[in-house]
Design a protein around this ligand. Structure first.
Ligand code: OXD
Length: 306
């Protein structure tokens, strides 16, 4: 029984080392040198070639190498009955929360304004803090932690999701109450899973519903944002700025207008990078559970798509 790592264009060595560290006798095969496809029962995927899984006649479980599974679900060759698990780990959550907190604090304490002032030797003590109310779209493991930490720091926080929730610890709005949610906030954090329902949700029509000057932080997927609507939304004042970690095309092409736009802060999909050492124990545990027919950890709900 073997485990295949299929992560084209990335060096798999860190994963091999981490998995072997946790289970020295594990049988790992690495794409594209998979010599015994019939032995593969579990596949670890990140941006695999669509259709490639047909190579494995005995595949029983797919694990994403990250928190998202949209890269797996977008492959029509993945059988509907195939269980898919994803990474949920404290390190991943911690990094994501730190990134979002950085974005919120940068907006609240206007670091880019002071950087520009410094260049021009301007001493301007006016309005040192922008009052901030943060709305988080997507309140799963990552969004929940972001809400907790921002709440702890004293910011008013609000959650939004596609399903109804009772007993949520913060004011929560489900999809029929989007406008009420947007009325409450001036920082919008997108942490939604990418599903047909959420794809392209952040478009001009959506931004028009925001409070004037809302600040956007997108750390979910590039496809949540209609990219050509972002600069118009800034120009028309619906948004005052954006911090983006994800894009429709990654790496962001040299010719992309976001590179030149001062109101958009760009980072290269590093908000929260899976740490192989931290994530390997749950992969090994799922491999073990698969063999002993036990319930899997962090199983994706195929109907919901996350
Ligand atoms: C993930 C990511 O899904 O890094 O984990 O985007």
């Amino acid at each position: 029984m073997s485990l295949a790592i299929i992560s084209p264009g990335r060096n798999p060595q860190v994963w091999i080392d981490a998995l072997i560290f946790h289970q020295p006798d594990i049988d790992i095969q690495i794409y594209p040198d998979i010599k015994r496809p019939e032995d593969v029962e579990m596949a670890l995927l990140w941006q695999h070639p669509p259709g490639y899984l047909d190579t494995f006649p005995n595949l029983k479980l797919i694990s994403s190498l990250g928190a998202g599974v949209d890269h797996i679900l977008s492959d029509p060759a993945v059988p509907a009955s195939m269980p898919i698990v994803r990474i949920v780990d404290e390190k991943l959550t911690w990094s994501m929360t730190n990134y979002v907190v950085m974005g919120v604090l940068n907006f609240h304490r206007q670091i880019t304004r002071y950087q520009a002032d410094q260049k021009r030797k301007v001493w301007d003590m006016s309005n040192p803090e922008i009052p901030v109310k943060v709305g988080v779209m997507g309140v799963g493991a990552l969004g929940g932690d972001v809400l907790d930490k921002l709440n702890y720091l004293g910011f008013p926080v609000f959650g939004f999701g596609f399903t109804k929730k009772d007993d949520f610890p913060y004011p929560y709005f489900s999809k029929d109450h989007l406008q009420d949610f947007l009325n409450e906030i001036n920082v919008l954090v997108c942490l939604l899973p990418l599903t047909p329902e959420t794809e392209s949700i952040l478009d001009l029509k959506f931004f028009k519903k925001c409070q004037t000057g809302t600040y956007l932080i997108n750390v979910a997927r590039g496809k949540h944002l209609v990219e050509e609507d972002l600069i118009p939304a800034l120009n028309q004042g619906f948004l005052s700025g954006a911090m983006l970690d994800v894009y429709r095309q990654e790496p962001l092409p040299d010719t992309h207008p976001f590179w030149e736009e001062e109101r958009i802060q760009i980072t290269p999909h590093i908000a929260s990078v899976t740490n192989p050492r931290a994530a390997s124990p749950q992969i090994i545990e799922n491999f073990r559970r698969l063999r002993s027919n036990q319930p899997l950890l962090n199983l994706v709900d195929r109907k919901k798509g996350y």
